[in-house]
Design a protein around this ligand. Structure first.
Ligand SMILES: C[S@@+](CC[C@H](N)C(=O)[O-])C[C@H]1O[C@@H](n2cnc3c(N)ncnc32)[C@H](O)[C@@H]1O
Length: 288
């Protein structure tokens, strides 16, 4: 079975925020809806493996090297009470899907589906054909990088039934949008545009002073002026243009304190009561 080694100091925080929301969501909506679904589009294996190095003896006795296993999002979702009526795990990696199938086998009475493949394709197949009346869902988009297409978010929004927790890689965007605009590779430019659903980021994130010297030579000194803050704001504005409600995200940092991700909660149901409830729960968790 494949071990899934990932995460840093903020991974536990991210998972605990999502867990708190899942728990409050299912408690609040259990009696109002006949079916509550959880869709984990980047599900991993169900476990998070952390390898601790040995610590030689010194002031304290020697600590041997050890492997710690913590719950990943898939196991966390299975533990939620009241239980979700249906859980869908999506995962690209074959060996991780095997681990998810094994997890499913441990819960024979639960309705669990493991879908192998790209999350964008799997989400389209799983949510478009569904009649959402009487159903509500939470989706967790937890990619390593920039794998979620804007068209996928449009599909989620169209359900008017799914609250989505979306981990946006600020570091990924920052890295792909090279400081010098002329150095952005076409593939990277296309990846950012696919993720944000617009090419407008380029004119907002870069200055464009086109100077002419005495000889009429053009100096295109196109430098990125957008910092992490501006990039996060741009993403938040894009999401707010699409979803009826988007909460102020939680910024997640690495061990060195550098901003790596922003965790957004976007609500696709335009109903005022639904927005009110999700906002109250979401804000109490995000601001805690
Ligand atoms: C950050 S990990 C998810 C961790 C998981 N949420 C957890 O808490 O255990 C990202 C996962 O997405 C998978 N993945 C990467 N690209 C994908 C894609 N395009 N579609 C679906 N899964 C993908 C990776 O194999 C990896 O397991």
């Amino acid at each position: 079975m494949s071990d899934h080694e990932f995460g840093n100091v903020s991974t536990d925080l991210k998972l605990s925020l999502v867990e708190s929301y899942l728990s409050a969501f299912s408690t609040a909506l259990r009696s109002q809806f006949s079916e509550l679904w959880y869709i984990d589009a980047f599900a991993g294996t169900g476990e998070r493996v952390i390898k601790h190095d040995a610590v030689p003896a010194g002031l304290f006795p020697e600590i041997e090297k050890r492997v710690e296993r913590r719950r990943g999002s898939a196991k966390i979702a299975l533990d939620i009470t009241p239980a979700f009526d249906r859980i869908v795990f999506m995962e690209k990696k074959r060996s991780y899907c095997k681990a998810l199938e094994a997890l499913k086998a441990q819960h024979p009475t639960r309705r669990i589906d493991v879908v192998r493949g790209d999350a964008n394709t799997a989400i389209e197949a799983e949510i478009e054909a569904v009649k959402w009346t009487g159903k509500r869902g939470v989706m967790f988009l937890d990619p390593y990088g920039m794998a979620v297409n804007w068209s996928t978010l449009e599909r989620i929004r169209a359900t008017e039934a799914i609250d989505v927790w979306y981990l946006v890689s600020l570091a990924g965007l920052f890295r792909q949008a090279t400081r010098d605009r002329t150095k952005i590779e076409e593939k990277k430019r296309a990846a950012i545009t696919r993720m944000l659903g617009t090419g407008e980021w380029e004119s907002v994130w870069y200055n464009a002073p086109i100077k002419q010297d005495l000889f009429g030579k053009v100096d295109e000194n196109l430098q990125r002026i957008a910092d992490v803050e501006a990039i996060e704001t741009f993403v938040g504005n894009r999401l707010s243009d699409l979803f009826p409600k988007v909460l102020k995200p939680k910024r997640l940092k690495n061990a060195a304190g550098l901003p790596m991700f922003s965790l957004f909660l976007a609500i696709s149901n335009p109903n005022g009561k639904a927005i009110g409830l999700a906002t109250r729960i979401g804000n109490s968790i995000l601001k805690s």
